[in-house]
Unconditional design. Structure first.
Length: 372
């Protein structure tokens, strides 16, 4: 069983009955509507984005530090019928699930506040398209086994709504460092019994400094504890301007994960991403052929965040009794994953390269390049 299947946090979020025939509704990525398999009932969803707004990060982090569910008159409940988790007022003696109407709910022992998502990007890549993208992706690449495309067996394909944090920040950075500019001097060297002129590289160093103001918009950080950020980074970007107000009906018939990375830890990762990008921008400003002693001092202000739900196909496939994983951006169809390596092909390329270098060295030592 794959890591995706073993995840305890991924679950069916909602079961909603069709108002026409009573069957279960689902959100159709193909038609981009809430639909019924049985009778063909279709229902549009609201495409407003008035609630997809930036929230003050420092205020939210402070609230997390001091949040106690009982003292703020809120409790977290878990619906045993549809699996939804939600917060209600303490004084309520009779609790119904706001998603399916069930009274089969239990109080959960959560000691922290769940931040409700403000926006969601609905799936646009249907399952058949995801399967086609897999077949196209798995056949690419020369360093992989030639039989991979025909023998790889799709083992599990899950359309899952994954929780994310997005962060905005205004930054002001002062930088300084040394830019190195390469130049060459001609020298005579003895190669075998002959003398040759060769170019020797040297570097001239120059101190530089500067200032950068930059606004970071929608730095995306995974709030999932089951998927590595570096794995998900490879299927970015999402078209965040197409996010709509969070509507739980868009999750009908799909799987979803409740966030496991809290806002404060999400911001730590987001802050690292911002700092890395700023350092790269300063390196570009510093210039030169090479660099050293670069230091960057940054001040950040007006930090904001959003909690959004994004669509991802989580997939696994088998080849030679081993399981490999890959993911598909459920909005754009961008693919990234793991593939087996045909090591004999790698060794062949390395041997060809070694022979090429050896032949170059032999011709230089034998004086062929000198025209003798």
């Amino acid at each position: 069983m794959s890591d995706f299947e073993e995840s305890k946090q991924i679950e069916k979020l909602l079961d909603v009955d069709c108002p026409s025939c009573g069957s279960k509704l689902f959100y159709s990525a193909e038609h981009r509507q809430i639909s019924c398999h049985h009778c063909g009932y279709k229902e549009d969803y609201q495409r407003d984005n008035t609630q997809v707004v930036e929230l003050d990060l420092s205020a939210a982090l402070q609230q997390l530090c001091y949040f106690v569910p009982e003292k703020t008159d809120r409790k977290v409940y878990d619906c045993k019928s549809c699996g939804a988790k939600f917060m209600v007022d303490v004084e309520k003696t009779r609790v119904n699930c706001g998603f399916c109407g069930s009274e089969n709910v239990n109080l959960e022992a959560f000691d922290h506040k769940y931040i409700q998502p403000s926006g969601i990007l609905p799936f646009e890549v249907p399952k058949k398209k995801a399967e086609d993208l897999f077949q196209e992706w798995v056949g690419k690449g020369w360093f992989h086994p030639g039989k991979l495309k025909t023998l790889a067996r799709l083992d599990a394909l899950h359309g899952v709504y994954i929780p994310f944090w997005t962060f905005d920040a205004e930054t002001s950075s002062d930088w300084k460092g040394e830019a190195g500019f390469n130049y060459y001097e001609t020298v005579r060297v003895k190669v075998g019994d002959n003398y040759q002129q060769q170019q020797v590289q040297k570097t001239r160093w120059e101190w530089r400094s500067g200032h950068i103001n930059h606004f970071f918009d929608d730095v995306i950080v995974s709030a999932s504890t089951n998927l590595d950020q570096r794995f998900l980074d490879r299927i970015l970007p999402f078209k965040m301007d197409q996010a709509v107000n969070f509507d739980a009906r868009l999750m009908v018939g799909w799987e979803s994960e409740i966030y496991g990375v809290e806002l404060d830890n999400g911001w730590k990762k987001g802050n690292e991403i911002i700092n890395e990008q700023l350092r790269f921008m300063c390196m570009q400003e510093l210039g030169g052929d090479t660099q050293r002693n670069l230091s960057v001092k940054t001040e950040k202000c007006n930090e904001t965040y959003k909690h959004v739900i994004l669509p991802i196909w989580l997939c696994s496939y088998r080849f030679n009794e081993k399981i490999y994983r890959f993911v598909i951006n459920g909005q754009t169809g961008k693919v990234h994953g793991q593939k087996p390596i045909a090591w004999w092909k790698v060794i062949l390329v390395v041997l060809i390269f070694v022979l090429f270098i050896a032949s170059i060295v032999w011709m230089r030592e034998s004086g062929i390049f000198a025209g003798d």
